[in-house]
Write a protein that binds this ligand. Structure first.
Ligand code: KIV
Ligand code: NA
Length: 264
């Protein structure tokens, strides 16, 4: 498989081919998802939730995420490696964003993702002009959960849909190579996708986006309990792993493991 570069996502869009991104936070899953054909791997700040156990993405920083970027890059041979810029690392100024993005690029990222539309456009332009490809993220932006008032669909109603369209246009004009649309009504995501010069990547944004992204632990059922409506579970890894661990514990207790074949 050829190495996926940022231009290839736009070429796929032009050919009418959908592409798939998955979050990834370690070496082994990066290898697995790369082999499975994922076009891009995102070291999401959702690591705050699914790796570190926080209830929002706000607590993680570059210190936590950059080592995960390095691990994923070692496992990704073809997929494009995209690193989230965590809350607090980029919002203050384009210069601050460059410093954060350069940490991620040195760790092995091939592009960074940041949250925000119109108000982040100057930062997107600043980074892209300095050699750092930017994936934008608009609609529901989890780092702003406190001002958005919870996990809410964004772009409902004419005025709010117009805000989403303006954000999409601004990040496109600023030079982003793609844009994530999170929790946006499908009709709005379709309009944005048709008007956009760059590929759109949906999560809870319907089937008309150019690509899709999911958090891998949600997609594979490692994360149990309630999941968002936009998640489809393709496996039940949580149940399988619990079963495997419970069997191991009970075989240790019974003396069945280790057997002669595991013994020197
Ligand atoms: O952090 C993350 O996992 C993300 C995706 C869900 C888009 O930003
Ligand atoms: Na994120």
């Amino acid at each position: 498989r050829r190495k996926v570069r940022i231009q290839h996502l736009g070429e796929m869009r032009d050919r009418g081919e959908k592409f798939a991104m998955l979050t990834t936070y370690d070496y082994l899953t990066a290898q697995i998802f790369d082999t499975a054909g994922a076009h891009a791997l995102l070291i999401g700040d959702s690591a705050a939730n699914v790796v570190f156990g926080h209830d929002s993405t706000l607590p993680v920083g570059l210190t936590e995420l950059a080592p995960l970027v390095a691990a994923v890059r070692r496992g990704a041979t073809s997929a494009l490696v995209v690193a989230d810029l965590p809350f607090g690392s980029y919002e203050r100024s384009p210069e601050q964003a460059f410093d954060a993005a350069s940490v991620m690029m040195k760790a092995g990222a091939e592009a960074v993702k940041l949250e925000g539309g119109v108000h982040m456009a100057p930062t997107i332009e600043f980074l892209t002009r300095r050699g750092i490809p930017v994936m934008a993220h608009i609609g529901f932006t989890p780092q702003s959960v406190n001002t958005l008032g919870g996990n809410r669909v964004q772009g409902r109603g004419d005025a709010d849909a117009e805000r989403i369209r303006a954000d999409a246009k601004a990040v496109d004009t600023a030079g982003a190579f793609s844009v994530v649309l999170e929790m946006v009504p499908a009709a709005v995501a379709k309009q944005v996708t048709e008007a956009s010069g760059i590929p759109t990547i949906g999560i809870g944004a319907g089937a008309d986006c150019d690509g899709q992204v999911l958090v891998w632990q949600d997609m594979a059922g490692l994360a149990r309990g309630r999941v968002a409506r936009f998640v489809k579970r393709y496996a039940d890894l949580g149940d399988q792993l619990e079963h495997a661990a419970a069997e191991y514990v009970s075989e240790v207790a019974s003396g069945e493991f280790p057997g002669p074949e595991h013994t020197f």
